[in-house]
Design a protein. Structure first.
Length: 386
């Protein structure tokens, strides 16, 4: 039977970790269904490490405990008209949980929303971390400024590690102002190939697009989000419509309509309602997106849409014992495929994350050994032997 330990201080955490044993790091538990299931001896409840310890709106920096709910951070930032600019997604509906989790869980998984194509990924917004390594050593890396010349960027290494390297107790991030308004330019009826061509041209333009997505349907919609002050948004929307006029006449969504549309894209609402399907996340070269989907659709009944100007494909497939991993991964010629939603026994049976090439696997194991040589944290969460 798995026990639960809730440390109340970094010292208490370090002493417990130093004893060894297999530990699963948990904040609010909203992301336990991501990755391979682990078989820990103890659940490490990090919820005591919560609260905003530093927030300087004028310096665009915030530090909070890893167990701080994202809803608390959103409220604090909203009071100063600021945000986490990489647009953290809320997968609660897709994963069947009650809320979107904590700052530590967000950074551990490295999730970024549609604005990634403009603002960068989650790892580009982390400034510093503090925590405990698998050796039971308390450490701190990075700081409160964007420019950091301390050498190897440990903070960024933690983003997307799924808790396999360290138990983080606090995280420092940079924040940015919320745009005054937004609008979305909409082209209807484009094929996947034409839509990706349009998105490529839009991203090469000077119109400062902050979101580019394609939603197949009747009719299909190709969307371009523009953010900023109203005169600038209107001017850039008109200029982009002219720039892309070869794809036909365009309509647009007003601020409220645009916000709701991009929230649905960010949170994968288009695939969340159908519980009969497993969900994959494919990261590909944007120009190869339509070809990738075409190869898969010839073999499977799929639902899908594109984000990140075609570089991100969200894919819903019928349930199966192997989640059609062989077909999907063989269809992704340049990129990687991650199984995001599936039953535990399926996630235990197959590789949830893209299998690594031997050289990359060896590097991953060396990094793991540097932080957690005993395999204490989230063992097997990403790969069976790590």
């Amino acid at each position: 039977m798995t026990s639960i330990f809730k440390p109340l201080s970094k010292t208490e955490l370090a002493e417990f970790v130093a004893k060894g044993g297999k530990l699963e790091i948990m904040g609010s538990g909203t992301k336990r269904a991501l990755g391979r299931p682990s078989q820990p001896e103890t659940l490490l409840d990090m919820s005591a490490f919560r609260g905003i310890s530093l927030y300087e709106p004028e310096e665009l920096v915030l530090e909070a405990g890893a167990g701080t709910p994202l809803s608390d951070i959103d409220r604090a930032l909203a009071k100063n008209n600021q945000q986490l600019a990489f647009e953290p997604p809320d997968y609660s509906k897709m994963l069947g949980v009650k809320h979107k989790g904590t700052l530590g869980g967000l950074m551990a998984c490295g999730h970024s929303g549609p604005r990634r194509i403009k603002a960068g990924a989650a790892r580009d917004h982390i400034l510093g971390v503090a925590g405990v390594s698998g050796r039971g050593e308390i450490f701190k890396a990075g700081g409160r400024v964007v420019k950091n010349v301390t050498g190897f960027d440990v903070s960024k290494l933690m983003v997307g590690s799924f808790g396999t390297l360290a138990a983080l107790t606090s995280i420092t991030v940079k924040v940015l102002p919320i745009a005054a308004t937004e609008e979305t330019l909409v082209f209807s009826g484009l094929s996947d190939a034409k839509a990706i061509q349009a998105m490529s041209l839009a991203m090469q333009s000077a119109c400062d697009v902050s979101g580019a997505a394609h939603l197949p349907g009747t009719p299909a919609q190709t969307l371009f989000r523009l953010e900023g002050i109203r005169p600038s948004v209107v001017y850039r929307r008109q200029r982009l419509a002219s720039h892309l006029r070869i794809f036909g006449a365009a309509d647009y969504l007003n601020e409220k309509e645009s916000f709701l549309q991009w929230k649905a894209i960010r949170d994968v609402d288009l695939l969340s309602a159908d519980d009969a399907r497993f969900v994959w996340k494919l990261s590909v070269t944007p120009s190869k997106g339509a070809e990738t989907v075409a190869r898969i659709s010839k073999q499977l009944d799929i639902q899908y849409f594109y984000d990140w100007a075609g570089g991100l494909i969200w894919l819903g497939v019928p349930r199966s014992n192997q989640a059609y991993a062989y077909i999907i991964r063989n269809s992704v010629e340049d990129g990687h495929a991650t199984l995001v939603r599936a039953e535990e026994e399926v996630r235990e049976r197959i590789e949830v994350f893209q299998p690594q090439a031997p050289a990359l696997s060896a590097l991953t194991q060396r990094v793991k050994a540097s932080f957690d040589p005993g395999g204490v944290f989230n063992h097997g969460r990403m790969y069976k032997d790590i």
